[in-house]
Design a protein around this ligand. Structure first.
Ligand code: LLP
Length: 463
């Protein structure tokens, strides 16, 4: 759901008939820098390259479908976020977007912290050497075992999401003889302009404790009285794939208001606020994402201004970008298998992956773009729908796009901006084998998550 599909108004279908997809782009071979990882270009033979390596070579060596991740772009984006927020703030990469041990090492080297939301993500983080104090633990229903582990290893913070969890974490910490640093996640009542399934600050949903009706103030009251907890701040995450800074500003303002209420009631100034992740990226040329320094300035200014007005010292700010760091750094490479022109409608192009490696189109009506990657072509554009090989007609990767009309089986096509929430949400539907993630940097490519094998599938099937 790029912004064009979900402004406050028209649905995807309206945009498709009225919007840019009714007209093909001027040059089908062009690679719009907005949607591609930074080192992606075409070589003189016309093949798309990343990190200096042609996709034709990558496909030969690693097969398709596969995700190719531009490591230097990933690292550059980490640095851009860290530099933009500076020493007085913390950037936590949201591991749910895509996590592997290599990624954890890159984050550690580039000075970022990590947000995890399950025991599995915590294991990956610790195994790759992320210091526990640089980890934040999230989730609306953490298990007792997860909480015990998080407290035992000493994660830097646990973000509390319910009244039960406040009591549960306090009890576990006390039993373990620890005082756990915690934040309380609040819902600030903002209607974020994004898909319903990934908007999280309106009140009618499962995350957080509402500011409305004094619920969040009551949560603070309870947390402050419990010996097992050290309440360090308030957390708000308003949703994902958001372009409009207004929602973040309202959220920041309301969180600061709560800090002021807490100061007035308890004489305590909570030292930190976390404004979550959710910054949008470009999936198509229609999207215009904000740069980290613009975001840092907007958030910093509003928090400083509101704190001054309330007579509070400015708290330490943290943010949790996931998609904005990893999303643009990777593309999925597919091989075209069959091409089916439907007279007067469109041409269906079937690839060797599908909803098992990118569920976002089916789940959120997300928009993607696509290019012919193994060569260039001067053929006329044809309107296509790129579909997968699964037994389901909703198995769509790119709903509407243009590809050259001489497209043929065996051609490689690439879908950009698939670094976030594609491999991490991949499935084994139809016993599909989840594709590898290959990191490419300075002319070298290495597998960081290998392709699943049929043996992997059978190993889990113990029957
Ligand atoms: N912090 C918290 C507490 C979150 O719940 C999330 C995302 C993030 C940070 C990172 O958000 P990001 O910067 O990546 O937007 N599967 C959906 C997105 C779900 C996001 C869930 N939480 C998608 O594919 O669009």
């Amino acid at each position: 759901m790029s912004r064009s599909a979900h402004p406050a108004g028209p649905r995807h279908a309206d945009v498709m008939t009225e919007g840019h997809y009714t007209a093909p782009p001027a040059d089908l071979n062009a690679l719009d820098a907005k949607v591609w990882a930074r080192t992606v270009t075409r070589d003189e033979d016309g093949a798309v390259t990343v990190g200096g390596i042609e996709v034709t070579r990558l496909a030969e060596e690693f097969g398709t479908p596969a995700y190719f991740l531009d490591e230097s772009d990933f690292r550059a984006r980490c640095r851009a976020w860290a530099d933009a927020f500076g020493r007085d703030a913390d950037v936590f990469y949201a591991g749910k977007a895509f996590l592997s041990r290599a990624v954890v090492r890159w984050l550690k080297e580039e000075g970022l912290n990590l947000d995890v939301c399950s025991g599995g993500e915590l294991t990956c983080a610790l195994d790759a050497g992320m210091p526990a104090e640089r980890i934040a633990f999230h989730g609306n229903n953490k298990t007792v075992e997860e909480i015990e582990r998080a407290v035992t290893v000493g994660v830097g913070r646990i973000v509390l999401d319910s009244f039960q969890e406040i009591a549960r974490v306090a009890h576990i910490a006390q039993q373990l003889g620890k005082r756990q640093r915690v934040q309380i996640r609040v819902t600030v009542g903002v209607e974020a302009h994004t898909h319903e399934f990934i908007a999280t600050a309106h009140e009618d949903q499962k995350f957080g404790i509402a500011l409305a009706g004094g619920q969040a103030a009551e949560a603070v009251r309870r947390a402050l009285t419990l010996d097992g907890l050290e309440l360090i701040g308030i957390h708000s995450h308003i949703g994902s794939q958001i372009f409009d800074m207004a929602g973040f500003e309202v959220s920041a303002r309301r969180v600061v208001q709560l800090l002021a209420e807490v100061r007035d009631e308890h004489g305590v100034e909570l030292p930190e606020i976390d404004l979550g992740g959710g910054l949008g990226i470009a999936y198509t040329s229609e999207d215009d994402p904000r740069e980290p320094h613009e975001i840092a300035k907007a958030l910093g200014d509003i928090v400083t201004r509101e704190c001054e007005a309330a007579g509070l010292a400015t708290p330490r700010i943290s943010v949790e970008p996931g998609r904005a760091i990893v999303g643009p750094t990777a593309f999925t490479l597919y091989e075209v298998g069959t091409i089916k022109p439907l007279e007067g409608l469109r041409t269906y192009v079937s690839v060797d992956g599908g909803m098992s490696d990118n569920i976002r189109t089916a789940l959120y009506d997300a928009e993607y773009s696509v290019v012919l990657a193994s060569r260039t072509s001067d053929a006329e554009p044809m309107l296509v729908r790129v579909v997968g090989k699964h037994c389901e007609s909703g198995d769509i990767v790119v709903k509407d796009a243009f590809l050259p009309s001489d497209l043929a089986p065996g051609d490689l096509i690439a879908v950009p901006a698939t670094g976030a929430y594609c491999r991490s949400m991949a499935s084994n539907y139809n016993h599909a084998l989840r594709p590898p993630v290959v990191a490419v940097r300075d002319g070298e490519a290495r597998v960081i998550v290998r392709r699943e094998t049929e043996e992997d599938l059978l190993r889990l099937d113990v029957g």
